[in-house]
Design a binder for this molecule. Structure first.
Ligand SMILES: [Zn+2]
Length: 390
């Protein structure tokens, strides 16, 4: 005779697998026949991605049609883990997480749009989003302001920020601090010290470029896991020395675990000559992020696949560019550590792209034009095992 517990377990198993009883498909959805690029799993080849119960179940050639309740035809396309953008701004109504989902961004981090005074509204945006949103809390109480939120260093209120962190622990992934001289005046080093105190064991994301202090002075204050964004910012105080080579202090920071992120943005964050010089020295980014805002949708940024395409033009191989927005991005954010891969058991976040061949124009932050032969455009997106409506 079955014990009550075993009886309940047996009925639960039946309830969870109704298809097993009716002989229907094993998988809810199969993304079929695309070139699967999953750097975290070491996969780059044509395969089917089988999804069931919101999770990846298998990546293998030729899943039988009878095993699929639904098929997403990806023949001729690129299939990757859902993209992770570690630097976006979704605090204003002109750019929502749902808009970014249609680009293939299934997970993102807002980079300091809000501080202790206005974090509640941004947490509500994160809670309501169809994709995964986490937040870097701005060390300044106001979050990003046009006039520069740290011109008065008193805005970097450690106690207020610490209370906000404790209150919204599950949503806050780290602390953001913007350091350009037109944001933080000559307080950049003190602002970093305060951000580090608030962050504790979480990462600090530093917005660098045109700072009062030289970059090596700033890097001295960082710990393993901290993220430097806008790494290809033009001078003053870029990552290059006077001869145009990557500063030894920048390499040393990377060697001790500081991470370097693109943060494309619109103004002051990236110019082609700086990228050229840095990459000639082998200094490619750890993560490629967009720093997208509402205005960035139509100016200089556009979307994360376009930013990835810029790096294809700049010479980064496709699999490495994908790694910068999947595996490496997941490794930067502890809440995302199980994401950025299509390994069996992972949440079924999948992006499908066309890799178009042609002659595509890209601009940097000063509108310098360059043409590249390839452009990634989003074709389909799966979030938690469900196809996202076009
Ligand atoms: Zn930003």
């Amino acid at each position: 005779m079955l014990s009550r517990r075993r009886f309940l377990a047996a009925t639960a198993a039946i309830a969870l697998t109704p298809r097993a009883r009716t002989g229907a498909a094993r998988y809810d959805l199969v993304v079929k026949g695309g070139r699967v690029i999953d750097p975290a799993a070491g996969v780059d080849g044509v395969a089917d991605v089988a999804i069931e119960g919101g999770r990846i179940r298998a990546v293998q050639p030729n899943v039988a049609a009878a095993d699929a309740a639904d098929v997403l035809d990806a023949r001729g396309k690129i299939v990757t883990p859902g993209l992770i953008d570690v630097h976006v701004h979704v605090g204003a109504p002109d750019l929502t997480p749902a808009m970014l989902l249609r680009d293939g961004v299934t997970s993102m981090v807002d980079g300091g749009s809000a501080g202790a005074d206005n974090i509640d509204a941004l947490v509500r945006v994160a809670q309501a989003a169809p994709n995964r949103v986490r937040i870097f809390l701005n060390v300044a109480r106001t979050g990003v302001t046009a006039g520069g939120e740290l011109m008065d260093i008193a805005a970097a209120d450690v106690d207020a920020a610490t209370r906000a962190m404790q209150q919204h622990r599950e949503w806050i992934a780290g602390v953001k601090v913007r350091l350009s001289q037109n944001v933080a005046g000559d307080h950049d080093l003190e602002a970093v010290r305060r951000a580090r105190r608030v962050a504790g064991r979480l990462p600090v994301m530093l917005h660098v470029g045109q700072t009062f202090s030289p970059l090596p002075k700033i890097l001295e204050l960082l710990e393993r896991g901290d993220i430097v964004t806008h790494i290809y910012s033009p001078p003053p105080h870029s990552l290059l020395d006077a001869a145009g080579h990557v500063l030894p202090e920048v390499r040393a920071a990377r060697a001790r675990g500081v991470r370097f992120d693109v943060g494309n943005g619109r103004n002051g964050h990236i110019t082609w000559p700086i990228v050229d010089a840095a990459t000639r020295d082998g200094f490619w980014p750890d993560t490629i992020s967009s720093d997208i805002t509402g205005p960035g949708r139509t100016l200089r940024v556009f979307n994360l696949p376009t930013v990835l395409s810029k790096f294809l033009m700049l010479g980064l191989p496709l699999d490495r560019a994908i790694a910068c927005a999947t595996r490496a991005a997941a490794a930067s954010i502890s809440a995302f550590k199980d994401l950025g891969t299509l390994k069996p058991g992972a949440p079924a976040d999948v992006a499908v792209f066309d890799l178009r061949e042609g002659d595509f124009e890209f601009v940097d932050n000063v509108d310098a034009k360059r043409n590249g032969p390839q452009m990634l455009t989003t074709s389909a997106v799966v979030m938690n095992g469900k196809k996202v409506a076009e």
